[in-house]
Write a protein that binds this ligand. Structure first.
Ligand code: GAR
Length: 205
């Protein structure tokens, strides 16, 4: 069994997790990258790391369910147990949620529930708040919702620019995310069903 990373963009978190997993010989390796933006930089990072990568064009499918069925078939082929969302800018639908409930984690560059969605760093910087940070959480059907696993605050200093603050956030992400994923695959943390506070009724009964 192994880990699939889903990403839409640059892929620095994907690279970091994959490198730590390779260097530290994790019992479950990163063995698949799923990308929903053909041409994204993350694809070349996967190539360098010799990790199989598949890029999809979700809008070419009649529905999200059809797209996710194709993704699910690949996950089964590669015997994927865990899904790690690393800058995957798309909501996970019922097809994947039901197959992987409690086994999908996401990283977000704010202290959730503050600043969910896109451009969380820019939102925090221009609000402006004094402290934002990084959150890793289990994924449910919402946008950056689901039970929180870990949070690390990051101060916005008076002389920070959005660029310098972004670098601080990325450094924290690159430390935190591999640790949480390792704890997950080694059973140190897990997602009890009752923590799914927002679960729609019926789906889980
Ligand atoms: C990361 O900052 C991650 O927290 C964020 O996308 C970036 C991806 O960077 N995710 C979200 O905003 C999810 N809502 P990367 O492609 O360099 O890993």
């Amino acid at each position: 069994m192994s880990i699939a990373v889903f990403a839409s963009g640059s892929g620095s978190n994907f690279q970091r997790i994959a490198e730590v997993a390779q260097q530290d010989r994790w019992p479950e390796p990163v063995s698949l990258l799923i990308c929903d933006r053909p041409g994204a930089k993350v694809l070349s990072r996967a190539e360098k790391l010799l990790i199989p990568a598949y890029s999809f064009v979700p809008r070419s499918y009649p529905s999200k369910a059809d797209y996710e069925k194709d993704v699910l078939a690949l996950l089964e082929k590669y015997q994927i147990k865990w899904i790690v969302l690393a800058g995957y800018m798309r909501l996970i639908g019922p097809t994947l949620l039901q197959a992987y409930q409690g086994r999908i984690v996401n990283i977000h560059p704010s202290l959730l529930p503050a600043f969910p969605g896109k451009n969380a760093i820019g939102q925090a910087f221009s609000y402006p708040v004094k402290v934002s940070g990084v959150t890793v959480h289990f994924v449910d059907e919402g946008m950056d919702t689901g039970p929180i696993i870990a949070q690390v605050p990051v101060e916005i200093a008076d002389d920070d620019t959005e660029e310098t603050f972004t670098k601080k956030i990325q450094q924290v992400e690159h430390q935190l995310f591999p640790k949480v994923v390792y704890d997950l695959i080694t059973g140190k943390i897990s997602c009890p069903d009752h923590l799914y506070r927002n679960q729609s009724k019926g789906e889980n009964q």
